[in-house]
Write a protein that binds this ligand. Sequence first.
Ligand code: 5GP
Length: 114
Amino acid sequence: MEETIFDKIIKGDIPADVVYEDDNVLAFKDINPQAPVHVLVIPKKKVTSFNDLKNLSPEETGLFLNGVSTVAVSLGLAADGYRIVLNCGSNGQQTVEYLHAHILGERQMKWPPG
Ligand code: 5GP
């Protein structure tokens, strides 16, 4: 697997504005925010994309999802709501080949997404 920018962030080789970390996930602010709150959550065990979720055990998958929820709530987004985005592949406009969930909040989202 090729090293991505998120591998480098996990290793501490490049800086990131970390908002949450536990044994299973790391969450940091997106460098190019698309909402007043825009945070990325990645599992510490690397998975390239949502297609490869099978490479995580059901427990690891659950801990990743739980981490996303924990981060969203800890950012104070629970009351007004927020959007979780998991881009996958080229049609999904995934640009970093390391599974990540976007948490977008503090603005009204639109549907359908672009
Ligand atoms: P994707 O398009 O793959 O779903 O999302 C990748 C996200 O990573 C983009 O929103 C992009 O702004 C963000 N990103 C790319 N490089 C960096 C970086 O070096 N640091 C941080 N914090 N975010 C990055």
